[in-house]
Design a protein around this ligand. Structure first.
Ligand code: NAD
Length: 311
């Protein structure tokens, strides 16, 4: 019998803080063991997850005492939000706690993709000297297009501007008179205009019905020849086959993906053997520092709900 089940990795200090007041079961393998998780969670009042644990109807209907789902991060696409609402289960994301980690990842990606010179260690160590093939581009002076202009995109914009980049963003849900426009980015009315006018595009939208495959063959075709694309938001927003084709043909100059339709990637995926493509395993938001922040915020969020219920 546990009060809190933690099914993915979390900073130990934050777990210990919860253990002082609650019976906590910490088992990061549970994200991949749904039957075991369901059995353990039957009597628990809180569930703490990242993005791998599927908090679906099957799990929710087994958890009769559940009051809160603490999300170690921000994307909520692995959580049945309607199901939680129906059962009066609060969903608490760690808003803002990993923005800096993702923003730094994006800036590093822009520099790497445009310069194109950083992944040659094996060739240089073996005596090759490919200087002329490695004459890349500078980031300063380019135009960066951000799709979605929420917390993370604004951190990217601030850093990019400091490097001499002109930043434009497309976010039809953000009021035209919001403070963020102007000081951080120019507002762009349509996705097409943003894609056509940017040297680099970075995606920062949630995965919803309206953003699934937002960037497909047609949208990639609109991008400038040689432009680069970064996706740290969610797999499913970019059509992977269309991106692979654009990199093979040379229409796009490069891409960096941290998130995928299926994670881990299945054998024989469209992304195998694609040139000028950097892949990372959904790690953009996870640094030592952000792990501590995200875990502290989540522990506090869960505690707040459980204490409220007790009163
Ligand atoms: P946020 O909620 O602060 O911002 C998202 C913005 O997207 C909002 O301003 C919203 O208006 C806008 N938006 C929604 N639909 C849109 C559409 N169709 N077109 C244009 N804009 C649209 O979110 P955030 O904290 O900045 O996170 C952004 C994304 O990054 C999320 O998908 C999140 O899951 C992902 N993320 C990934 C990692 C990682 O490790 N790779 C870490 C943190 C967050």
């Amino acid at each position: 019998m546990f009060d809190i089940i933690i099914s993915e990795f979390m900073d130990e200090a934050a777990i210990d803080s919860l253990r002082r007041d609650y019976r906590v079961h910490y088992a990061p393998h549970l994200a991949d063991a749904p039957d075991e998780l369901r059995d353990l969670a039957r009597t628990s009042r809180a569930l703490i997850v990242r993005n791998r644990t599927q908090v679906n109807r099957t799990l929710l209907s087994a958890c009769e005492r559940l009051r809160v789902v603490g999300r170690l991060g921000v994307g909520l696409d692995n959580i049945d939000l309607a199901g939680c609402r129906e059962r009066d289960v609060r969903v608490m994301p760690a808003t803002g706690a990993n923005d800096v980690a993702v923003a730094e990842y994006v800036i590093a990606g822009l520099l790497m993709l445009l310069r194109g010179a950083y992944l040659t260690s094996a060739a240089v160590a073996s005596g090759e000297w490919p200087r002329q093939q490695l004459i890349g581009r500078e980031l300063g002076g380019t135009r960066l297009g951000l799709v979605g202009f929420g917390g993370i995109a604004r951190e990217v914009a601030a850093r990019a501007r400091a490097l001499g980049v002109t930043v434009t963003a497309y976010d039809p849900y953000l009021a035209a008179d919001a403070d963020a426009w102007g000081s951080l980015a120019e507002r762009c009315d349509t996705l097409t205009t943003l894609l056509e006018s940017s040297d680099a595009v970075s995606l920062h939208v949630p995965l919803t019905q309206s953003t699934r495959h937002l960037i497909g063959a047609e949208q990639i075709e609109r991008m400038r020849r040689g432009a680069v694309l970064i996706n740290t938001s969610r797999g499913g927003i970019v059509q992977e086959r269309a991106l692979a084709d654009a990199l093979h043909s040379g229409h796009l100059g490069g891409a960096m993906l941290d998130v995928f339709e299926a994670e881990p990637l299945p054998a024989g995926s469209a992304l195998e053997g694609v040139p000028n493509l950097i892949l990372t395993p959904h790690i953009a938001g996870v640094t030592r520092e952000s792990n501590v922040r995200v875990s502290e915020v989540t522990a506090a969020n869960v505690r707040k709900v459980l204490e409220g219920v007790r009163r």
